[in-house]
Design a protein around this ligand. Structure first.
Ligand code: NAD
Ligand code: IPM
Ligand code: MN
Length: 361
């Protein structure tokens, strides 16, 4: 079987981490009897440099025509990059948001799991970590503040900026279903995170989630305010199974959750629509501070590629093999700088990719 994969390497460390993910995909395909037909597409800063815009219709159409999209990361250093002299709708991030919206990728799955081998890289104390934790953030990805009306105006010589936060029942219902569906395959607990003590959109969120919960009697639902959730994630991450939340809260909480797994370089992600199609990318950014230095941890991207095999291509056995290879490399003591701890062997991006690929062959 041959699969059509659209590849968006992107900016900064993007091309370095995607190269390693492709290396791992190729050896996995060889072992399990399938192959990939990759189409490289430009997005973000790389597209601005060539096309003057962060996303062209051609990229969107080719992404749509593929079985799945594998992405690195986009964006640059806002202080030094010329991309940030452009108007906001022409910057790298605008391309990513437009692509997510055009492909209707409303469900962003971000698993945060503490590998036993990475306990030393976790900043939490041993008694908090216990036997580790394993949670998933189900983040709504095409609504809320990210896609509301936005403008900056001037009133009596004073500038005023406006961002609007909107959610419809339909948008809340479909992401809530995804949260409960995934909980059914896990420990059957959903923590719905909102700010219902202040926001109307959160109060609607809470009532729709309650309604959806009636269809999942086996799942325990709890509601938690987002400020408390931010605190609980470092106080006791073990309490969480599925965190179901809106776009902006999910963005912030997933970076926080990533750090307790050892590093943001470990956090994979899948952005899904109503079909089998998905866009797979690490949760982190383009890390301009370490780009081009062979320092980036490629594991989040490699684990995102494993999610691609599992969710979009139904290649569960191959996905398991990639995840097992990552675990084995960590067990064997190899670490990139972001997850380094005493007694381990420091390796670069390429070597980490090689070690994972070797363990699959
Ligand atoms: P970032 O995630 O790029 O980096 C934050 C810190 O984490 C940096 O110190 C970086 O070196 C480190 N880091 C990130 N990924 C790493 C990896 N794989 N291995 C080792 N260390 C890693 O966040 P930022 O600095 O706030 O953003 C940089 C740019 O990335 C911005 O332009 C932002 O808009 C963009 N961004 C893009 C995406 C995406 O493409 N999905 C996600 C987040 C941020
Ligand atoms: C992420 C990123 C994006 C987001 C940015 C780059 C627009 O931070 O994927 O988490 O906020 O969704
Ligand atoms: Mn983010």
């Amino acid at each position: 079987m041959n699969y059509k994969i659209a590849v968006i390497s992107g900016d900064g460390i993007g091309p370095e981490i995607v190269r390693e993910a492709r290396k791992v995909l190729d050896v996995t395909g060889k072992k399990y009897g399938f192959s990939f037909d990759y189409t490289d597409l430009l997005m973000g800063g790389a597209s601005i440099d060539v096309n003057g815009v962060p996303l062209t219709d051609e990229t969107t159409e080719k992404a749509k025509a593929s079985d799945a999209v594998l992405m690195g990361s986009i964006g640059g250093d806002a202080k030094t990059s010329s991309w940030y002299k452009l108007s906001p709708d022409k910057r790298p991030e605008a391309g990513l948001l437009k692509l997510r919206k055009s492909l209707n990728l409303f469900a962003n799955v971000r698993p945060a799991y503490l590998y036993e081998e990475l306990k030393a890289a976790c900043p939490l104390r041993d008694e908090i970590i216990g036997d580790g934790f394993d949670l998933v953030i189900m983040r709504e990805l095409t609504g809320g503040l990210y896609f509301g009306e936005r403008k900056t105006i001037e009133e009596n010589g004073v500038k005023k900026a406006i961002d609007t936060l909107t959610y419809s029942e339909t948008e809340i219902r479909r992401i809530a279903r995804r949260g409960f569906d995934i909980a059914m395959k896990r420990r059957k607990k959903v923590t719905s995170v909102d700010k219902a003590n202040v926001l109307d959109s959160s109060r609607l969120w809470r009532s729709v989630v309650e309604e959806v919960a009636k269809d999942y009697p086996e799942v325990t639902l709890e509601h938690m305010l987002v400020d408390n959730c931010a605190m609980q994630l470092v106080r006791d991450p073990k309490q969480f199974d599925v965190i179901l939340t809106e776009n902006m809260f999910g963005d912030i909480l997933s970076d926080e959750a990533s750090m307790v797994t050892g590093s943001i370089g470990m956090l994979s992600s899948a952005s899904l629509n109503e079909t089998k199609f998905g866009l797979y990318e690490p949760s982190h950014g383009s890390a301009p501070d370490i780009a081009g230095q062979d320092k980036a941890n490629p594991i989040a991207t490699i684990l995102s590629a494993a999610m691609m095999l599992r969710f979009s291509l139904d290649l569960d056995e191959a996905a398991d093999a990639i995840e097992a290879a990552v675990k084995q490399v960590l067990k064997d003591g190899y670490r990139t700088g972001d997850i380094m701890s005493e007694g381990c062997t420091l390796v670069g991006t390429v070597k980490m990719g090689d070690l994972i690929a070797e363990r699959i062959q």
